[in-house]
Every structure is written in structure tokens, then in C-alpha cells.
Design a protein around this ligand. Structure first.
Ligand code: ADP
Length: 401
């Protein structure tokens, strides 16, 4: 079965086409600047040359039509006909409390995703546009939605509730939902497979650290706590997001600086984190370069980032009364040996022992970077949210038949 995975943003659309007989990627690509003049479609068929096309793409329906044209193109295509695509999987950011797993798209499911617009005003509307665009371009082909929040729906009430008036939860569903669920679930499963141990008996801390960053405590294969909250702002210090702070900072700053709600939201989401402390960049490569060169602002940014990451690892070891495995994944987690080294250096009290040489090895494969003596297995596992979505899509479509 061939499955197309779509990740639709407000002005972009990423895609990957899978042949699920052997889980290979046949082609992938990206449409950028949707709705602006000169949209860019970058199409990379496996084993063939990448092509870029600039044209006017005003909305998602046209974007998917162009993608399908590329996928069936004589020169750059990988399919003889669109009919070969038997299912489409969509990434959706917020599934609220309704979706505890991926789901087949029905009118009711779409209505529920729309109802959740309030909780993810920037992210859920484009997902609906992506689903509608797939339905228009591929009538009769089943669509499946996979939610970033679904994996975390196993958290207990004592974990997901905030200690604020309960009426706010009842009225507005204010609680911890978490994010990056597809990634945390994927890497925790791969970790258990890699170690050849049943996931049911493992306590795993998964560190998904990229531009956005979150940690999850995975006990017995389910999420028991995660660092992102009502929105993906809570928790770790990130590229441009603050992560945890005293909530009074918000009202204090709004008052003193006469900031509006959208201005303070923008400050915390786009102008904080590594960018704010370094004053130069949100990219960990620049931060570690600056740290190595002894630049004071980059050094402080790096130290704050590592300290906060380590504090959360300690918290989740406490939450699970121990930890067997720590997994590093996503842009920083997979690539930054120095972030991993510095973080693990101060986890010796947990019995963590990093093999510094193994830590420096680069490979796109799951690998162990701890010594044989380490009491905690330290793994680097490349995440693959698209594959996880494709697997869910295949399973749900087969079950629905
Ligand atoms: P997103 O959260 O947008 O999906 P990614 O998981 O792709 O992001 O992570 C992107 C980030 O990964 C970059 O901003 C950069 O900070 C970091 N990164 C990528 N490569 C490296 C590297 N070699 N060393 C350190 N950091 C890296």
C-alpha cells in the first residue's frame, strides 16, 4: 500500500510518500509560501534529482494538486497514477481530550478538530485545509489524522491539571496536553526494540530537542508526564521560546512595558530562549560555536539550556522513581554531541556514564552512547514522525475495511 503523509502549516505543506510494503520513502518534498506570490515547490524523488518549481499557489488544494502532478510526472515522478495512493495521513497538532490515538477522518472527526481551533489557533486550521485539499484531489481515498497530543492522553489527572481554579478546566479545558507525541512514542518504541527489551518493563525519558523541545517520561510504554503544557511554550528553554517561568512575569511585563496579549505572546514564543540570552541566534550550532569561542552571551545561553534540560531529566527520574533509558532525538538531540555530553556529565548521581567517543560518532541510525557500566542506557535515536503517521494510517485504514 502507498501512503502519502501530509504536514500542513498555514503557508507550507510538507509531504512524504511511503511504500508501506517495505516502509521506503518514494519521494518527499515541501511547498512553501502558499498564498504568497512565487510559491516554491521542492520535490525530491528517491534516487532521482531534486526539482524546484516556482509558481503561484494560492491555497492548499492547489498545493496538493501540484504535488500530485510531480508525483506522477514522467521525468520526476514515482507513480504511474494518483490512484496508486491508497491512503493519506495528516499531522494534526491538537487533538484535545477527544483523540487518544490516530483516527479515520469522518465529518464528525473534522467537526471535532474545528472545535479544537481555540486550543491551537495557528496549527489546527491549516490541518483542516490539508484534509479538505486531499479530499478534493483524491476523492474516495481514506484520510487518517495523527495528533501531536494523543500519546500524552495517558497522563493522570494529578499530572495534567494545573493547580488553578478548577472551573477553568471545566469551562475552557485548561490543562497540560503536551506535544511532539508522535516523536516521543516513536523513539520510545525504537529504544525498546534496540535494547531488545519489552517496553512494558522500561522507564524511559525521551528528550525531543529541536527548535521546539520537550521531554517525556515514558513508563511501561505510555506517557506519564511531559514538559509541554496547554501550549508548546511550557517546559524546556528552546530556540526562541522561554519555557518555564513565573506566570507573574507575564502580567508584570505587560503592565510595565504596556504590552498587548499578542505582543507578550510573541515575546515569549519568538523572542525568548536561546535567541534572547545569546542576543545572536536561536540555532544551537551558533550557540555552541560561541561557547567554544568563549563568547559570554552564548556561553550563558548554553549553560542555561543545559541546566534546565538536566533539571527536567532529574524531575522525570523522580516522577518514575528511576530511569532505565534516556533517549536524545530531533535536531539538537541527534546532532549536538556537546549538549549530550554536558547534560550527561552531571547525571552521574543516576549512574549515567557516557562513552565520549561513541557520543561523537555520527550516523543516521539508532545507537548507544553510554558505557557498558552505565546504570542508565543513553541512546541517540533519529526521530521519524512521518513513518509513525504512515504506520498508523495503514493500520487504521486496514482495520476500517
Ligand atoms: P523543529 O523543531 O523545527 O522540527 P529540528 O528538530 O529540525 O527542528 O531541529 C532544528 C534545530 O536543530 C536547529 O535550529 C539547530 O539548533 C539544531 N541543530 C541541527 N543540527 C545541529 C548540529 N549539528 N549541532 C547542533 N545543533 C544542531
Amino acid at each position: 500500500m502507498k501512503v502519502l503523509v501530509i504536514n500542513a502549516g498555514s503557508s507550507s505543506l510538507k509531504y512524504q510518500l511511503y511504500d508501506m510494503t517495505d516502509e521506503t520513502v518514494l519521494a518527499k518534498g515541501l511547498v512553501e509560501r502558499i498564498g504568497m506570490d512565487s510559491s516554491i515547490l521542492t520535490h525530491k524523488p528517491t534516487g532521482k534529482e531534486e526539482v524546484t518549481e516556482v509558481s503561484e499557489i494560492l491555497e492548499h488544494t492547489t498545493a496538493i494538486r501540484k504535488v500530485l502532478e510531480k508525483l506522477t510526472d514522467k521525468e520526476h515522478g514515482v507513480l504511474s497514477s494518483v490512484d496508486e495512493i491508497q491512503a493519506v495521513g495528516h499531522r494534526v497538532v491538537h487533538g484535545g481530550e477527544t483523540f487518544k490515538g490516530s483516527a479515520l477522518v469522518t465529518p464528525e472527526v473534522k467537526a471535532e478538530i474545528r472545535r479544537l481551533f481555540d486550543l491551537a489557533p495557528l496549527h489546527n486550521p491549516p490541518a483542516i485545509m490539508g484534509i479538505n485539499a486531499a479530499e478534493v484531489n483524491m476523492p474516495g481515498v481514506p484520510n487518517v489524522v495523527a495528533f501531536d497530543t494523543a500519546f500524552h492522553q495517558t497522563m493522570e489527572e494529578k499530572v495534567y491539571l494545573y493547580p488553578i481554579p478548577k472551573v477553568l478546566y471545566k469551562k475552557h479545558r485548561i490543562r497540560r496536553y503536551g506535544a511532539h507525541g508522535t516523536s516521543h512514542q516513536y523513539v520510545s518504541r525504537v529504544a525498546a526494540e534496540f535494547l531488545n527489551r519489552p517496553i512494558e518493563e522500561l522507564k524511559i525519558i525521551t528528550c525531543h530537542i529541536g527548535n521546539g523541545a520537550s521531554l517525556t517520561a515514558v513508563k511501561g510504554g505510555v506517557s506519564v508526564d511531559t514538559s509541554m503544557g496547554l501550549t508548546p511554550l511550557e517546559g524546556l528553554m528552546m530556540g526562541t521560546r522561554s519555557g518555564d517561568l513565573d506566570p507573574t512575569v507575564v502580567t508584570f511585563v505587560m503592565n510595565k512595558e504596556e504590552l498587548s496579549i499578542s505582543e507578550v505572546n510573541s515575546m515569549l514564543n519568538k523572542h525568548s530562549g536561546l535567541l534572547a540570552i545569546s542576543g545572536s541566534s536561536s540555532d544551537m550550532r551558533d550557540i555552541t560555536d560561541g561557547w567554544e569561542a568563549g563568547k559570554p552571551n552564548e556561553t550563558l545561553a548554553f549553560e542555561m539550556y543545559e541546566y534546565r534540560l538536566r533539571k527536567y531529566i532529574g524531575a522525570y527520574a523522580a516522577a518514575m522513581n528511576g530511569v532505565d533509558v534516556i533517549v536524545f532525538t530531533a535536531g539538537v538531540g541527534e546532532n549536538s554531541a556537546i549538549v549530550r555530553e554536558k547534560t550527561c556529565e552531571n547525571l552521574s548521581y543516576l549512574g549515567v556514564e557516557l562513552d565520549k567517543e561513541l557520543n561523537k560518532v555520527r550516523s543516521g541510525e539508532p545507537r548507544r552512547i553510554s558505557t557498558p557500566n552505565s546504570k542508565v542506557e543513553i541512546l541517540v535515536i533519529p526521530t521519524n514522525e512521518e513513518l509513525m503517521i504512515a504506520r498508523d494510517t495503514l493500520q487504521i485504514v486496514q482495520e476500517s475495511k
